[in-house]
Design a protein around this ligand. Structure first.
Ligand code: GLC
Ligand code: CA
Length: 525
């Protein structure tokens, strides 16, 4: 038996930017529902929707003011129920985004907590006295700029926030907070959702002694100022694995739900696989899928990819299951990082590896970062630190109509200049498009279990090429260079698909790859 999320493919929707149904320029739930047929056609199994909850939107929903209410911009709870029903009717799973590390400053819990030192919810957040000189309790830096501590004049203490001052961190050393978050999880699982992607799950516990973080010796002026110190003590603190196990038990009380955890961006296989927990039960006892974000960080280099994937695949415990991510709402678009030609090679990589792939909306079209002028930045990370995530959050490009069919109003972020051409409608009609490539690779992955579950084993290829087997049946050979290359396969076979979508048929063991070409071969015998 294998779990649906093990065989499946996850598709991430950034709800503000997927489809606007009412002309206010912001994507919404009825918009997503209207496009579920497209996702079913594409062949993905699950849609993960970034936060849709009540929020002042200072971090565009990652600052939740009420975990159980839908933000009116996105619709009502009834719109969500309709989305869920339609998705399930189409055979699609729905994964929501849980943001437990912090709430919005507008959350009722924080309003109470900050109302007085004696409030019963005071200890739901992390409050500390100033140092004798009035400075913050330690040197920790927030991800979105400035110190991690903000002074509350009314009650004369500092509170902790890993992100914006308007995103105070909850105190998971208080069992009442753990229980409240479990109730939130149950609320949505009872409503029928198929799982959660949990935001910064490894950051929920901090060092109990709140020790100072050390300086990062690799940091240079010009780098993001929020990373001047290494986050040694401000996250992954003692008790984090025990806390995740408690969360997991809540999921295990339901059938077939998935717990995906966003952990730190890391290229250390040991770090990532440390979040499966123990093998006391199938799929471990912590996170089903600890997000493996290494492909977002590694240089686009065949040797570097092979070195990481070999070790990562081998490090996954026998009871665990791997996963791969090429992009998300926090990272530059893959097509902008490596170029349109190599983005096709990357798609073949993502969709033929052993591990659940997550596709970021629009990457199936090869959408690029859209340039946004600094005075138009919406993202607080851009406004405060200059590293805006807006370029990778622009509206989905549906067709050649105004605003690429995303909205009849004024879109909240500008559309790409080439939005009409790089669109679902245009690429859907082009048998060699990036969208056609995704459609084909997804269909192949679904049709043959050996492409999902088969063992992964890399084999030697010329410099600049990355080659691996899936099971004993398939070879994947990827040319990461702009020059022709000849790869030697274990034996002859049949070309199933090329990233150029223009060749099939028999091949000898010597396989000629064109520049920027990836090929999937079904081997003889
Ligand atoms: C995660 C989210 C990011 C958000 C941050 C704070 O990294 O992916 O978008 O800003 O957490 O919640
Ligand atoms: Ca709208």
């Amino acid at each position: 038996m294998t779990a649906w999320w093990q065989r499946g493919i996850v598709y991430q929707v950034y709800p503000r930017s997927f489809m606007d149904s009412n002309g206010d320029g912001i994507g919404d739930l009825p918009g997503i529902t209207a496009k579920l047929d497209y996702l079913a056609w594409l062949g993905v199994d699950a849609v993960w929707i970034s936060p849709i909850f009540q929020s002042p939107m200072l971090d565009f929903g990652y600052d939740v003011a009420d975990y159980r209410a839908i933000h009116p911009l996105f619709g009502a709870l009834s719109d969500f129920d309709a989305l869920l029903e339609r998705a399930h009717a189409l055979g699609l799973k729905v994964i929501l985004d849980l943001v437990p590390n912090h709430t919005s400053h507008q959350h009722e819990w924080f309003r109470e907590s900050r109302s007085s030192r004696g409030n019963p919810k005071r200890d739901w957040y992390i409050w500390r006295d100033a140092k004798p000189d009035g400075s913050p309790p330690n040197n920790w830096l927030a991800y979105f700029g400035g110190p991690s501590w903000t002074w509350d004049a009314a009650t004369g203490q500092y509170y902790l926030h890993n992100f914006l001052p308007e995103q105070p961190d909850l105190n998971y050393r208080n069992p009442a907070v753990v229980e409240a978050m479990q109730e939130t999880i149950r609320f949505w699982l009872d409503r029928g959702i198929d799982g959660f992607r949990v935001d910064v799950i490894d950051r929920m516990m901090k060092d109990p002694d709140l020790r100072d973080n050390p300086v990062d010796p690799d940091w240079k002026p010009g780098d993001n100022a929020a990373f001047r110190l290494k986050r040694v003590y401000s996250e992954c603190g003692e008790g984090i694995h025990a806390l995740i196990k408690i969360f997991r038990r809540t999921f295990d009380a339901y059938d077939d739900r998935v717990l995906i955890g966003e952990i730190n961006y890391s290229t250390s296989p040991e770090f990532i696989t440390g979040f499966y927990g123990s093998g006391s039960q199938p799929y471990g006892d912590e996170v089903h899928l600890p997000f493996n974000l290494a492909l977002c960080m590694l240089p686009w280099d065949a040797g570097a990819l092979r070195a990481f994937i070999d070790v990562y695949d081998a490090a996954i415990p026998p009871y665990g299951w791997g996963n791969y991510v090429l992009g998300n709402h926090d990272q530059p678009r893959i097509a902008s990082k490596i170029g349109a030609a190599q983005a096709r090679v990357a798609a073949m990589l993502l969709l033929t590896l052993r591990g659940t792939p997550t596709i970021y909306y629009g990457d199936e079209l090869g959408m690029q970062n859209v340039p946004i002028a600094p005075e138009q930045y919406q993202d607080p990370q851009g406004i405060n630190l200059g590293f805006s995530r807006d370029p990778q959050r622009t509206p989905m490009q549906w067709d050649a109509s105004p605003n690429a069919g995303f909205t009849s109003g004024t879109p909240w972020l500008p559309l790409a200049a080439d939005a009409a051409r790089i669109s679902v409608a245009v690429q859907g009609a082009d048998p060699r498009s990036m969208l056609a490539l995704h459609h084909r690779l997804i269909a192949l992955r679904r049709a043959d279990e050996r492409l999902t579950l088969g063992a992964y084993a890399s084999f030697d290829a010329p410099a600049g090429c990355f080659a691996y087997m899936r099971g004993d049946a398939y070879a994947v050979v990827l040319n990461l260079t702009g020059a022709a290359q000849t790869v030697t396969l274990p034996r002859s076979g049949e070309i199933v698909v090329s990233t150029h979508l223009d060749r099939e048929g028999v091949t000898g063991a010597a396989l000629e790859l064109r520049p920027d070409e990836g090929v999937l071969v079904r081997l003889d015998g």
